[in-house]
Design a protein around this ligand. Structure first.
Ligand SMILES: [Fe+2]
Length: 198
């Protein structure tokens, strides 16, 4: 199998003003597409040809850095588009909300930790909500790394590469992260992933 670029699950204007058409055009049509194309080229002739995307990501980590970087970024972005929706960031479905409150103390504390992880990731990377050994955890990773290669299941991730926010927020990464949490997160999709993983 080869990697393919999925369409956005909403229109390019749907996430404005929190994420603009221009950002989505560059981020999806150029950056994500480059990961897909580079990943496909790097996959050719390797032991990972024919494997699922998840298997490629896990198997190439620590073994084939160029392939890992592109495959993992493809994996991360496929999820990232689904982790957002217009008018997002509202109520969290009950079971997940209970679990977040149990593991972090409160939903507000989770949001605070998640934003802090994104702000604190030096340089390019991601902040995550992951399920690790039955417990929710907030983590951060550099570049294309994700919880999959650290023994967890990613439930929510936010891209803190500058290509994700610089057009709309310039250097104000904290404002981007706050807008993501308050206005963009598709909690129904996060709950779906949680239900599958737990
Ligand atoms: Fe990105």
């Amino acid at each position: 199998m080869s990697f393919t670029l999925p369409d956005l699950p909403y229109s390019y204007d749907a996430l404005a003003p929190y994420m603009s058409r221009e950002t989505l055009e560059y981020h999806h049509d150029k950056h994500h597409l480059a990961y897909v194309n580079n990943g496909n080229n790097l996959l050719k002739g390797t032991e990972f040809e024919g494997k699922s995307l998840e298997e490629v990501v896990k198997g190439s980590f620590g073994k084939n850095a160029p392939l890992f970087n592109n495959a993992a970024q493809h994996y991360n972005h496929v999820l990232f588009w689904q982790w957002m929706k217009p008018n997002g960031g509202g109520a969290i479905p009950g079971e997940l909300e209970k679990k977040i409150a149990a593991d972090f103390g409160s939903v507000d504390k989770f949001k605070e930790d998640f934003v802090a992880a994104g702000v604190g990731q030096f340089g390019s990377g991601w902040a995550w909500l992951a399920l690790v050994d039955g417990k929710l955890a907030v983590t951060k990773t550099p570049n294309g790394e994700n919880p999959l290669v650290h023994g967890g299941t990613p439930l929510l991730g936010v891209d803190v590469w500058e290509h994700s926010y610089y057009i709309d927020y310039r250097n104000r990464r904290p404002d981007y992260l706050k807008a993501f949490v308050d206005h963009l997160v598709n909690w129904e999709y996060v709950a779906e992933l949680y239900a599958k993983a737990s």
